[in-house]
Design a protein around this ligand. Sequence first.
Ligand code: SF4
Ligand code: SF4
Ligand code: SF4
Length: 341
Amino acid sequence: MSAECQSADTPCSPDDSDAPDRPKAPATINTEWLSDCSGCHITIVDLHEKILSILDSVTLQRCPVLTDIKDYPPATIGLVSGAIRNVHDRQAAIEMRKSCDHIIAWGSCAVFGGPAGAGNLHTSDEIADAVYLHNKTTVSAPTPTREVSPLESTVSPIDTVIDVDLYLPGCPPHPAFVLDALLSLLEGRPPKATQESVCGHCRRQMRKTDVTAIRSGSDGVADAQNCFLSQGYVCMGSVTIDRCLAPCPQNGVPCTGCAGATMQVLTEPNRDIRTEIADRMSRLTHIPYADIVKEIERTAKSHYSYTMATKMIGDKPTFLIKRWIVEADQDYEGTRYDCKH
Ligand code: SF4
Ligand code: SF4
Ligand code: SF4
């Protein structure tokens, strides 16, 4: 996949980013956001005083969250966040590629398609119809066509349109990884990021328990010491690449996989998110493997939401989300029928 994902020996942490021998020649940075939530751009603010460590060697010349420059001046590094969802996204990505020596795919939307990838489960007409014509909470209106870029037929990661030099998944990636990615290009060295999963930074303990049923967030409060899997909660930390330093499980919330799958899951055809988790969780508890697989299929829109637009997941023979959704809807209808009678 990328230099960022394939290389590195030392874990990236907020404290290891000061680098020696930085080149003195000023570099220029352009950023662009495509279809996204702007969260990746906010990581620039989250660098806090660490941004001072690069300000002597870079000029941030185009950045939609800070500047009102509409064109694309030549730059050393281009950070592109967001997915390709509409015609404007495609054109903007191409302009960034043309103007920048190096392109970083910044965040899970740019790398994998991100949450917007769920749009690929529907046609553009179905989406427009649900949003504008038959939306139960707003006044119905025709789909706007003026001054709105037309939707493309699918949501795509940016490397389907332009070449990418460095992939930086995360939703958003921790600022330490953003800084290290920039420094790695400025210093001409590989990034320090590892291929560890989120479990690598999680202090919870995996241990065998006598739990027999899957739990959801509303089923009590998980204890703070043991792995969520051991307690019956689905946690995606073991199949998710660590570009966040594990804030969720450290703060009482199971990982939902927002940084995208590990390289092992992405690149090995027979490895799959649901079976990997089911295998691990069934060994740690007394919950049957099949029940866990079924639960993850039932909630697949959540568990695959960040990566379903990338071919590395979408083209897997084990990824059958449309069938899972139909089955989940049938189960739901059956439940509703049971409730009424
Ligand atoms: S990767 Fe996450 S934080 Fe970044 S733009 Fe996409 S949704 Fe927002
Ligand atoms: S599966 Fe989740 S809770 Fe368990 S160790 Fe990994 S990140 Fe932590
Ligand atoms: S722990 Fe999981 S859900 Fe939370 S930020 Fe990291 S990858 Fe995303």
